[in-house]
Design a protein around this ligand. Structure first.
Ligand code: GAR
Length: 200
């Protein structure tokens, strides 16, 4: 039987991608990363896989938002992914992309959703005086960070935390969460609600 095929979307350093690659290498995750897709051609995430599996298009250089979304959709479809994982992908996906892959499209977000959708989640958790913080893996729907949560990891916020210390302490937990959800995904345990599968 061929391994489940994972496409990863990333914009930055790619530590979540690395956690996925490491889990595969150590046989904790029976899958194959078939492509890494980015809106930032120079980003470090791309260098974590060989050239044949890299795809990047500078979103800012495209004639329109739709042009980028169409190119991304075609490139991801070409690798025939069983799962599409946004792991630090910092661009809002177009509705067409979401509709195409909604039954297999996951995102990891550094907050205890539904708290703190969008950016600066660590700072916002501190400013709110929260006693805990965390990350969520959720199904992607067109509305930003609003799809159904699959699993979360949480850590206490310490009195002297800064956004940087909080983010650094959360990151290894986030990596474990990402891998744990993908283990469930590839073993067929994640069934998207019908409304998600139709892109609604
Ligand atoms: C991660 O903390 C991820 O949760 C976050 O960006 C970071 C990427 O790190 N994603 C978002 O904020 C998406 N809204 P990485 O590139 O080292 O995996």
């Amino acid at each position: 039987m061929s391994l489940p095929r994972i496409a990863v979307l990333a914009s930055g350093r790619g530590s979540n991608l690395q956690a996925i690659l490491d889990a595969i290498a150590s046989q904790q995750l029976a899958a194959h990363v078939v492509g890494v897709f980015s809106d930032k051609p120079g980003c470090a995430a791309l260098n974590r896989v060989d050239e044949a599996r890299r795809w990047a298009l500078d979103a800012k250089q495209q004639s329109s938002r739709a042009a980028f979304d169409e190119a991304l959709t075609a490139a991801v479809a070409a690798v025939r992914p069983d799962w599409v994982v946004c792991a630090g992908f910092m661009r809002i996906l177009g509705d067409g992309f979401v509709a195409r892959f909604a039954d297999r499209l996951l995102n990891i977000h550094p907050s205890l959703l539904p708290k703190y959708k969008g950016l600066h989640t660590h700072r916002r958790a501190l400013e709110a005086g929260d006693s805990e913080h965390g990350s969520s893996v959720h199904w992607v729907i067109p509305a930003l960070d609003a799809g159904e949560v699959i699993a979360q990891t949480r850590i206490p916020i310490l009195a002297d935390d800064t956004p940087e210390t909080l983010a650094a302490r959360l990151l290894p937990h986030e990596h474990q969460l990402m891998v744990a959800v993908l283990q469930r995904a590839v073993s067929g345990e994640l069934a998207p609600p019908v409304s998600k599968a139709s892109g609604a």
